[in-house]
Design a protein around this ligand. Structure first.
Ligand code: FES
Length: 71
């Protein structure tokens, strides 16, 4: 499915970049996602966040969890 219509970038491309460890800014530089009209940015960011390598996401979840829930 095309997420960024302006630059014809698909959800698969966004997912692949995220899985390879690219930051959202790198995705923007390489593919132009969310650099024209910007309407795709919320969806693109959501796909990118969901496809981050599990280690990076787990780190963020630990860092933002309330202290009483940390183990
Ligand atoms: S749809 Fe992505 S910048 Fe317009």
């Amino acid at each position: 499915m095309i997420v960024c219509v302006c630059h014809r970038v698909s959800d698969k491309t966004i997912a692949r970049c995220a899985q390879q460890g690219a930051g959202f800014d790198e995705l923007q530089l390489e593919h132009g996602v969310a650099t024209q009209c910007g309407k795709c940015e919320p969806s693109a960011r959501q796909i990118w966040a969901e496809c981050q390598p599990s280690g990076r996401l787990a780190h963020l979840m630990r860092a933002t969890a309330p202290s009483h829930t940390r183990g």
